[in-house]
Design a protein around this ligand. Sequence first.
Ligand SMILES: Cc1ncc(COP(=O)(O)O)c(C=O)c1O
Length: 432
Amino acid sequence: MFVTENLEVNEQNHLTIGGVDTIALAEKYGTPLYVMDEDMIRQNCRIYKDAIDRDYNGNGLILYASKAFSCLHMYRIVREEGLGVDVVSGGELYTALKAGMDPEKIYFHGNNKTDDEIELAVSNNVGRLVVDNFLELEHINRIAKEKNKTVSILFRIKPGIDAHTHAFIRTGQIDSKFGFALETGEAFEAVKSASEYKNLKIAGIHCHIGSQIFELEPFQEAAKVMCGFIAEVKDKLDIVMDELNLGGGFGIKYTEKDDPVAYDQYIDAVASVIKTCCWEAGIKLPKILMEPGRSIVASAGITLYTIGNVKNIPGIRKYVSVDGGMTDNPRYILYQSEYEAAIANKASDPRDDIVTIAGKCCESGDLIQENTKLQQAEAGDVLAVFATGAYNYSMASNYNRIPRPPVVMVSGGKDKLILKRESYEDLIRNDL
Ligand SMILES: Cc1ncc(COP(=O)(O)O)c(C=O)c1O
């Protein structure tokens, strides 16, 4: 009935998530409210971990791409499930360390890391720094030398794969701000020059070809190209790279139209390509890493809002306004992302109206969804937007000085507040 299987309807005609009544949650915590199903998140972690352990006999590691949803509680879940993490800023790194993540299992990305961020990573013995450009090689080496350390690095490579996804979330092709291009020889030059830096240790290579990808082929193609590069570096430079990190990007079901492949099937399909390529090239199977973000948390989350004004413009459209918007979910204004929604207190009523869900910000583009199916909406109803667990809280802002909503996790039929609602006091905390 709904796009995610953990959503059901109870006897009061209320939507439930992980068995918990969403109307009771809205009453207890207020709206807007992010609700996430911890059991589903853990289940997703296990599907990935089991698949990679099985396919590579323990010589693989899933890194949760924490940009999708980052907070202390999430890093603790990941740690308990035996995954590592991908972080992309000093703030994510700091949070991961505070949550007790093993630094060895932290991979630090970013196309323009500052000296402060590199210092934080190096002083805390972060497992790998994923190098994006030539200048960064110099900076990391300098900082490592000052601290009398050797830093293990991966190179972020643009493998030249064009995944069929939105232009802003496509990153594997040559015109991307991320990484070293393969086809121009830039990546090869980067490895060569890194080998001359005394405080760097070359561990391997990384690529991430984009996000919300449904096909297996782009991942398999990328794996082939990357294995070919490992072989080339061994042949021409006699450098053995022990790690291959293939990034994330696995698609999820935002709407009924989306048809993602099961995550373990992605891992299996890529594994068979890697094994064949390594065998053909005569190279040792590297340690394999993958970095799913969205597919671990997106479907586990929903956002609850209270509906206020319903404005019908005859012959044009009907606007249903909610008490949040682009501040808690900027993905529509950014990428026109598709979402499905339902009125949580009329959960099994037919969704027989076509409406535009509008936020409360002072921007005409502040919409959650246009022309979407919904039950008949009235002021005071609770609206649930589905599959908002990824890139919603983590991309939230305080535009219009709107406080960020809290996050509640549900698990085993119980709810737990893991992130408090911001207060007006929080908003002025750094004002001088
Ligand atoms: C380097 C890297 N790894 C992993 C991811 C996670 O992608 P997704 O959330 O689509 O799985 C991203 C997303 O931007 C990324 O840039």
